[in-house]
Design a binder for this molecule. Structure first.
Ligand code: ADP
Ligand code: LRH
Length: 487
């Protein structure tokens, strides 16, 4: 199977093979990804991504299936002839500034949460669509497709939206897992835009003759709906045991910190603590918090490089490891860290505003980012245990952050729990496993899939260091500086 896994930082095509001995992955194509600013708007280069997907599928050679997952919430609009209307806009664009607050005069954040299970994040699809509801583009649009569905449409010609990703739009009922078309109408989004839903494992379609030829296949290839939200696939690819009380951290551009449930938790305390309910594969629910993630680090390095001070990632992490613990800390989830830009300056500003000395060296800056992330992980993991009334025993950390040993070690200390790091490519794994099952592999449930992952791929365990400085005391200290907004 070919798994197309598109992150906001990079996209990759991975070939996966599932057999009795386990699951094997081989990356056959990788390309950088990122927003492009043009005419004052931040876009995705979606045709460039499509081209890279085709190149990756050609490199994959003969496969039995194709599955696509990507980051959530962003979409393309098609007109009545199926033509893309404009370039998809990146969720970091400022077009949604103030939209949520204005919309909540019509439907309150509490009501939205009770129905959709989504915490208010400014870029949820509902707010993006509302921001352009009076545009000529929306008037001409017949269909909205989320990114993996748009790419799948270009491969097959089939129109539909996959449910795990639909659950990040703010327009899906978290309980019934159907579109809430009445909600769409109330907020001025034409329900015609919402196409039929598909669940992971369903056939999207087969590659069109044009695509079949382009990717060098001998016959049309089935495209299978997977957990097309990358986080849904990543959590499926976590090597947790059936009885383990685990939290996950899907650590890439974003860090998604959560637990897996079988029912959504649509309570006010869950909303006020900033947790969203997202649909997982096989009816599961991910109760999770979006933590700003390694984005802040990559933007920091980008800012330095643009100023002629190129610090590569290994050097930056080595300098951070050598910097003193518990220097200044910031609220890494503060809105000022969402848009692209000069993160070191924003960090310095946040430190000054809370009476802390800003980091003075690159090592101190990177340490500040990583400790701020680890502190956010700790607060989220504790919040989850409290909300679900279940003590957690282990944290599974997956994604690119797995490579960051300092972050993994800080996370173990901050959470006071063992951190099992890996596999790195858990999203591609989850993607492959759903395809494998749809194509006939004997994988009765998610635990069988995870058992296969645990058996096949290496992980590394980080135990909390007994001599580590106290994160309890540190959290109290930073709270006293008011670095987090008061509830
Ligand atoms: P996404 O899927 O959102 O594009 P990834 O899961 O690929 O993100 O994670 C990307 C992040 O992983 C990078 O921003 C970087 O911080 C981290 N990362 C990747 N490789 C390494 C490495 N060799 N050492 C440390 N960190 C790494
Ligand atoms: C991670 C992710 C996350 C979303 C964000 C937009 O890649 O899908 O789960 O909140 O991108």
């Amino acid at each position: 199977m070919a798994a197309v896994d598109l992150g906001a930082t990079s996209g990759r095509v991975v070939v996966g093979e599932v057999g009795p001995a386990g699951v094997r992955l081989e990356e056959v194509h990788r390309f950088p990804n990122g927003p492009v600013r043009a005419g004052g708007t931040l876009f995705w280069d979606v045709l460039g991504i499509h081209r890279e997907v085709l190149a990756g599928l050609r490199a994959a050679g003969a496969v039995d299936g194709i599955g696509i997952d990507s980051w959530a919430v962003d979409y393309g609009l098609l007109d009545a002839e199926g033509t893309l209307l404009g370039n998809p806009v990146c969720y970091r664009d400022s077009r949604t500034d103030g939209v949520a607050d204005a919309l909540h005069a019509t439907v309150s954040a509490a009501e939205l949460y009770r129905v959709t299970g989504l915490r208010e994040l400014p870029f949820n699809t509902i707010y993006q669509l509302v921001s352009e509801r009076d545009s000529p583009r929306l008037a001409a649009a017949e269909t909205m497709l989320l990114l993996p569905d748009l790419l799948g449409y270009w491969l097959t010609g089939a129109v539909g939206v996959e449910r795990t990703n639909a659950s990040t739009t703010g327009l899906l009922d978290a309980t019934s897992r159907e579109w809430d078309t009445r909600l769409a109408e109330r907020v001025g989004i034409p329900p015609r835009l919402l196409p039929p839903l598909r669940s992971p494992g369903e056939l999207v379609g087969r590659t069109t003759p044009e695509v079949t030829e382009e990717i060098g296949a001998a016959a049309p290839v089935p495209v299978v709906a997977v957990g097309s939200h990358d986080t849904a696939s990543a959590v499926l690819g976590v090597p947790a045991g059936r009885d383990s009380a685990f939290a996950f951290i899907s650590s890439g551009t974003w860090s998604l910190v959560g637990v897996e449930l079988t029912e959504p938790l649509l309570t006010e305390p869950a909303r006020l603590a900033g947790f969203s309910n997202e649909a997982g594969v096989d009816g599961t629910v991910r109760l999770l918090r979006n933590v700003m993630g390694l984005w802040v680090l990559s933007e920091t390095l980008r800012t330095w490089a643009a100023a002629g001070n190129t610090v590569d990632l290994p050097a930056a992490l080595a300098a951070a490891a050598a910097a003193p613990a518990f220097g200044p800390l910031v609220d890494i989830d503060a809105p000022e860290f969402l848009p692209p830009g000069d993160m070191p300056a924003r960090i310095a500003e946040a430190c000054t505003a809370t009476g802390q000395r800003p980091p003075a060296t690159p090592g101190e800056t990177v340490r500040c980012v990583l400790e701020s992330l680890a502190m956010a992980y700790r607060r989220a993991v504790r919040g989850l245990a409290e909300l679900t009334d279940r003590p957690l025993e282990v944290v599974h950390l997956v994604g690119g952050g797995t490579h960051n040993e300092l972050l993994c070690a800080l996370t173990a200390d901050a959470c006071g729990l063992p951190v099992v790091a890996g596999p790195v490519e858990s999203a591609a794994l989850g993607n492959v496993l759903v395809q494998a099952r749809a194509l006939g592999a004997d994988l009765p449930d998610r635990w069988a899939m995870r058992e296969l992952v645990a058996r096949s791929l290496d992980t590394r365990t980080y135990l909390p260091t007994p001599a580590a400085p106290s994160w309890d005391a540190a959290e109290r200290h930073y709270a006293s500086l008011d670095i987090w907004p008061r509830p």
